[in-house]
Design a protein around this ligand. Sequence first.
Ligand code: G3I
Length: 590
Amino acid sequence: MQYFTGETLHPVHSFKLRCGMNLITSCCVAMLVHTVVHASAPALQIALSGTVTDGNDPVENAIISLVNNPLFIDTTDADGAFSISNSTGGIDVTRRNSRRDCTVRLSGNRMKIPIAMTNEKVSLYNAGGRCIRRYAPEKDRPGSGIMDLSGLSSGVYLVTFSAGRLSLVRKLMVTATEMYLTGTDAVPSTGIRQRGWSQAAVDQLKITGAGFNDTLVDISSYRMDDLLIVLTPIDSTATETSLGRKYANYFPVGAAIDGDSYRDAHAAIWKEHFNAAVCENEMKWESLQPTEGNFQFDQANAMVNAAVTNGMLVRGHVLVWYNQTPDWVYQGSKEQVLQRIRTHVTRVMQEFKGRVYAWDVVNEAVIGYDAAGQDVGEDLGPLVRWGYRNSRWQQVAGEDHIFEAFRAARAADPDAKLFYNDYWNYLDGKREFIISFVKRLQEQNLIDGVGLQCHLNISTAQEKMTNQTVYQTVENLEKEIQEYAALGLDVHITELDISIYTRDYASSDQSRWYTGYDLNEEYQDKMAARYREFFEMFRRNADKLQNVTFWGIADDNTWLSELSSGRPDHPLLFDKHLQPKKAFDAVMDF
Ligand code: G3I
């Protein structure tokens, strides 16, 4: 016997019960041995109601439907409330293009087959695939259209409505207290063949809400109210492969670009994995105003426009720094120098207004001093105090060079975020000195945040225990972030990279260089662990961090391999082949 499932006609293999008996024989046998068991299931109305929330607040516009009966759906209102009900108590079994009323209804323990269908054969199969009831018009009082459903135990049954070669399948759901038909044609006819077909839940509610995972809720009856359903937000980053999108709910993730990387093979990584940018050198004074009044913006504009075109936030680096600044700038009187700062800051910020959202206005103006007033560098052993770097800026204009730079920047672009940027941002003494002038800048509304460069190392100092990297710990950097944030400052990680070397020995000691082109497993693992612990901390403090920018894209192009010593380094998330390292996986693993 061939029969078809669903409204469209899909011939399935001719039907054979597992026991090998054909359909008719088995039904007759079933009818002969049929014992009468009194059922108590009245026909069922659908009456479901409840509320959908996200665990805290109601979810509006969530769509509630019944998996086995999609004819009945509702959408939650502003209070997250829903109500699903039906009035017909029946189920439609109309064939395509038919105009006849083919609504089959339940009444007490009987299934009422509409007159229009009384010439059809109706068969009831249990979950084991056995035909246990049959309505055949020529036998059962022709025209009566009644199938007796008494004595059915709880469970899920299949009902086939057959007219000649055509057959439709529906489900009959029976519980201890109710019985009802389901309206889906998705019921697989193969269900009849699968012996021991599991007793599915009586039904399920399916809830779909924008931004939430689809949710299925088993229900034991169609008469339930005050249902409370909690949806879980879609974790859009669960399978995210892009670094920037993975951190979309934490902070923008940027990378420093140069005149080549923004458009060469590095660009694909930059655009896929980063949503912020900074020019490594192309927006420094020597690049933008190499000689007085001679502003050169083409290269920087090309890079900034590439970033903006790709929807990236752009940090401006750097307006006033003691390095990469032409000598002519420092010539003449204090006022002449200050005027040059005002002119440079104003012209540059006006050029990039609306495209650069945050500026390193002043960079690295603080150093540690020994008793002789010399810069102690990274050996903090002789350190006696922190103070302004004795730069040419400082020599000519004192701290006014800082305040004038910020004053000019605020005037040039009031919408831009203004930062003081520095390194070794895990040393209490250095922070305390920085705060001593940052607070005064805040009082004049001249500053918005601090940039923590975070040129880190694969581990803290191991030998010279007076080296600054002894303090380069997650705890100390976390404390730094929190202390600046507590002042109401934005905090950006501005130049992140992790050298594979500890800083406590001279980079000129070639016997200690790692010379492999590719990092070995040991270094990969150590770097991955280091990046992991810092990014766990960054995520923990995402409410205090508004940007995390790497100082480069891949290891084949890093300033750390361009130092005068020529020592090769591997500080970033992508290797010299532009492939993601274990460190990348570690940063993505959460
Ligand atoms: O532009 C010249 C080029 O004309 C010349 O042919 C070439 C050969 O020497 O040098 C080029 O200038 C180099 C410049 O980068 C541009 O590539 C300088 O020599 C070189 O010293 C300079 O290094 C930059 C360094 O700042 C300068 O201190 C690094 O690329 C850059 O990554 C680094 O970035 C700084 C941040 O701005 C501030 N925080 C520290 C960070 C690392 O030092």
